[in-house]
Design a protein around this ligand. Sequence first.
Ligand code: RIB
Length: 282
Amino acid sequence: MTRPSISVVGSVNLDFVATAATLPAPGETVTGAILARHPGGKGANQALAAQRLGASVRLFARVGDDAMADEALALLGAGGVDLTGVARDPNAPTGVALIAVSQAGENQIVVASGANGAFAPDTLAPLPAGALICQLEVPLTTVEAAVAQSQGFVCLNLAPAADIPEALLQRADLIVVNETEAAFYGENLHRARGLVAVTLGARGAELRRGGELLASAKPPSVQVVDTTGAGDTFVAALTVALLEDQALGDALTFACAAGALATTRAGAQPSLPLRSEVEAIL
Ligand code: RIB
């Protein structure tokens, strides 16, 4: 089988994760949390997830010229992701995500975009041939520039939810959203030309085109520790499986299993599963 070649244009963050008994309500303070820091960012997570699942991945991103960047890029480098498309911005810090995780594994995330927000389209290097994955944690103009360059399969993870131009909806071969994002985009998702995957947490995922249900899948039962990065794993896994020409139902099952495995360990990138782990649980 040919190894899929994927460019990921997106964010890199350093995640500061406070794990507490419960998540705070607005205005509430929760004490007694344990703090950890892990590499994260939707773009970086999806890049490393795809690489661990068997693709050859190059990441295009911006980090600050600071020590946090080294920490944020460490697992990507160790995992074999090509980082020649990652530039250091002398004027903005590395992106940071403040993440609260409850004992039930649920999370709340606040992102300080830093260099991700300053990733201008005119600084995007030429993309190599192959597939493209983008999310919405970098400027929309940069996503548009990447998609305009791409001649291959395009996956758009429309997260965090934002207004996007119709042209992007029509260019994407695959759109991935969670239930909250699906509610935000509403009927627009039915107008998309390509496949639309909606993740449903522990209930699995559905794959549609033009509103018509094509496949649904359930994840294996796992002990949830931290859901951070599970959606990113699903995006990467579904893209890899479709690029491998797996049947739609098989591809969705593969992506659900990979996403479920990512919930069984703490942190975004430390939890991303290897291909062998996904195949073992299927
Ligand atoms: O999708 C999870 C990611 O969202 C975290 O790693 C955090 O950095 C935020 O970008």
